[in-house]
Write a protein that binds this ligand. Structure first.
Ligand SMILES: Cc1ncc(COP(=O)(O)O)c(C=O)c1O
Length: 395
């Protein structure tokens, strides 16, 4: 019998993917499920991006590329940062990977290991803790609540730092809360970082999904001294509805990006050649498609938040970005609904799925018991239908 390694045995399967699997099982049995568990745009990938992929295949771009990505795409990403944030990254400071999750794995593998601590504010994206653990490093969670706007304060960050602290993971706009830190709030955190030896992994994958007067800030751009301390992560998945294409990127100091590229070259080799040409078309083509999707997400946010605010026993803070509603359902703990006792966020989600056929993700998966996450990357009639069911069930 082949024994599973300690590292692999410790890895939890992604909670969001697991919730999606149960919903699909019910759907296969003929049940109409309102699935709000998955974190991916429901829009098709824009036509001009698909066309670029077809052309890449016809042009023979079907072989291995440079392990760190084709020069044209690395250049296009660096140009994006110049244009959007005024930052001067050279193409060799950009690494293209198989999705932003892979970029995060590469960043962690290249910078932390046994004995190191990684600071993660909660609620946090489900994969962070497992990705840290796989490197042998440990993570230190810093809890935030709805009352703080789900934002870590400079004082909390200062208190979390120990002699072993190596890296801080930030995520704004956030999955699961949709919170967007203001520039001033990030500057205050940057100043604490610069008082210490911490480096920062800033996951900015939702940078283009921002609502109202909120603004995306590239953390690395805040202070010149951060240039040598910050790895920025982003990608095509959320901005261009390209989750299946697996295109992510990381930007940072040349020596770190080179180390990450070396890790990638041994672990997966180059990212998909065809997807790289598609991502190039995404970055260099018209951006009206991004704005169209953003506007629709904003309208859905307003719809979902409006309805949830009016739902008894639900407390919600209006998110400024991404496409998730993260709401407090702890007022329902202790109730029995449709024959099921609700004691925590998991039993709430299980009840919602089995009785109301609405699929949500428990807050416990994001390090925040008492809350649930609803993705509103779904058509408005689906959102309304699911919210009707949820309201009925909660009555
Ligand atoms: C915060 C955050 N970072 C990274 C990712 C990974 O994105 P990708 O599909 O590019 O791997 C996700 C996907 O859900 C995410 O929510």
């Amino acid at each position: 019998m082949i024994a599973v390694s300690k590292m692999a045995a410790a890895v939890q399967p992604s909670a969001t993917l697991a919730a999606g699997a149960r919903a699909k099982q019910l759907q296969a049995e003929g049940v109409q499920v309102f699935d709000f568990s998955l974190g991916e745009p429901d829009f098709p990938t824009p036509e001009h991006i698909c066309a670029a992929a077809v052309k890449a295949m016809k042009d023979g771009h079907t072989r291995y590329t440079a392990a760190s990505g084709i020069p044209a795409l690395r250049t296009a990403v660096s140009r994006f940062y110049q244009k959007t944030y005024g930052m001067a990254y050279k193409p060799e400071q950009v690494l293209i990977s198989n999705g932003a999750k892979h970029s995060i794995h590469n960043a962690l593998a290249a910078t932390v290991g046994p004995g190191d601590e990684v600071i993660i504010p909660t609620p946090y994206w489900v994969s962070y803790s497992d990705l840290v653990q796989m490197t042998g490093a440990s993570y230190v969670l810093v809890p935030t609540t709805m009352a703080d706007g789900f934002k870590m304060t400079p004082a909390q960050l200062r208190d979390a730092v120990t002699p072993r602290s190596k890296l801080l993971m930030l995520n704004s706009p956030s999955n699961p809360t949709g919170t967007v830190y203001t520039r001033q709030e990030l500057e205050a955190l940057a100043d604490v970082v610069l008082e210490t030896n911490l480096s920062v992994l800033s996951d900015e994958i939702y940078e283009k999904l921002i609502f109202g007067s909120a603004q995306a800030t590239c953390f690395a751009s805040l202070r010149p001294e951060l240039a040598d301390r910050v790895i920025t992560i982003s990608g095509a998945s959320k901005t261009y509805a390209m989750t299946g294409w697996r295109m992510g990127w990381a930007l940072g100091p040349s020596r770190v990006i080179k180390a990450m590229g070396d890790v990638q070259s041994q672990q997966s080799g180059c990212p998909c050649s065809i997807s790289q040409y598609a991502a190039l078309a995404a970055l260099e083509g018209e951006q009206e498609c991004v704005e169209r999707m953003r506007r629709e997400f904003e309208a859905r946010r307003d719809l979902v938040c409006g309805r949830l605010t009016a739902t008894p026993g639900v407390r919600i803070r209006t998110p400024e970005g991404a496409f998730y509603a993260f709401f407090d359902i702890s007022a329902h703990f202790g109730r029995t609904l449709a024959g099921r006792k609700i004691v925590d966020s998991s039993s709430f989600c299980m009840g919602a799925l089995e009785a109301a056929h609405v699929n949500l993700v428990p807050g416990s998966a994001f390090g925040a018991e008492g809350y649930v996450r609803m993705s509103y990357a779904a058509a408005r009639d689906q959102l309304n239908g699911g919210l009707d069911r949820l309201e009925q069930w909660l009555k």
